[in-house]
Design a protein around this ligand. Structure first.
Ligand code: T3D
Length: 264
């Protein structure tokens, strides 16, 4: 039997998904997509999972689309239908990732290129090994950023830096990515998984539903004016305020004890 292309492991309430095509730097094939999206869905559907970590096996995180994959072969027109690949694989992946009911951490262990960079940057918090790097490889092969890259990059670092990264396709070391605000944290290579797991465990003990709503509210508010954002806050806060986690958080604070959150 061939080995899984996405390894799944549980560390208490933290689920870890490991992209597992190390010889090809975990680049995406149709077969790997066919495991990754269901693995994300399974994590979303499993009430025991309260935080997710995505990482890569071997020396790379993910080198984007596997440029040798049969899915890239020319169709009847004589050229590959790249748009169809995006519709079939990358669009559902980016949307699923961004709407996960739990916080998602990318533990970037090595190079994250093309759609692999978008996968990492589409996670809520990116923790990178000092030796990792980010490459907007698309322009080098005549494409634009995809898997959400056009939406993510200017939101993360502004138009000037986004265009610089996307047009040059230059390799951005983890420290530089942190300095420009592209990612959350850089840690020593040997500490990457432990650091990501510790952060995930911390988030897993927090009010999960509020964390997922925080992501949704920040994303939605970027499209709104101040009055619209205030309306959004009143509406979503109203819903959270009726949740068990808010009651528990306040009760625990007043009783000077540690809270136990359960909403999801
Ligand atoms: O359908 C669509 O195309 C739409 C979707 C597009 C989304 C995209 O992601 S487009 C961007 C695709 N990705 C790339 O263009 C990146 C290509 N890879 C690289 O530029 C380099 O591999 C890296 C800079 C990422 C790493 O360089 P390095 O020197 O550390 O490693 P390497 O020697 O280049 O790669 C190691 C092996 O992985 C090598 O195989 P080999 O020679 O040992 O048998 C290499 O061919 C393979 N590999 C790396 N990236 C890919 C790949 N094989 C297939 N596809 C890849 N993307």
């Amino acid at each position: 039997m061939s080995e899984a292309l996405v390894l799944v492991a549980n560390h208490g309430p933290v689920r870890v998904l490991t992209l597992n095509r190390p010889a090809q730097l975990n680049s995406f094939t149709a077969a790997m997509h066919a495991e990754l999206l269901p693995a994300l869905q399974a994590a979303a559907d499993d009430a025991r999972v309260r935080a997710l970590v995505i990482t890569g096996a071997g020396r790379g995180f993910c080198a984007g689309q596997d440029l040798n994959d049969p899915g890239m072969a020319p169709d009847a027109s004589g050229t590959p239908d790249v748009g169809a690949v995006i519709e079939r694989h990358y669009k559902p992946l980016a949307l699923r990732l961004r709407s996960m009911p739990v916080p998602v951490i990318a533990a970037v262990n090595g190079v994250a290129a093309g759609a692999g960079a978008s996968l990492a940057l589409g996670c809520d918090l990116v923790v990178a090994a000092r030796g990792a790097s980010f490459i907007q490889a698309f322009s080098k092969i005549g494409l634009i950023p995809d898997c959400g890259g056009t939406w993510l990059l200017p939101r993360l670092v502004g138009r000037a830096q986004a265009l610089g990264l996307a047009m040059t396709g230059d390799k951005l070391p983890a420290e530089a990515a942190k300095a420009m605000g592209l990612i959350w944290q850089v840690v020593d290579d040997a500490q990457l998984l432990d650091s990501a797991l510790a952060l995930a465990a911390r988030l897993a003990a927090m009010p999960t539903r509020a964390l997922a709503e925080t992501r949704r509210a920040l994303d939605d508010a970027l499209e709104l004016d101040l009055a619209g954002a205030l309306d959004l806050e009143a509406s979503r806060q109203g819903e959270l305020g009726r949740g068990a986690d808010f009651a528990e958080g306040v009760a625990a604070f007043l009783a000077k004890r540690a809270p136990v959150f359960k909403d999801r």
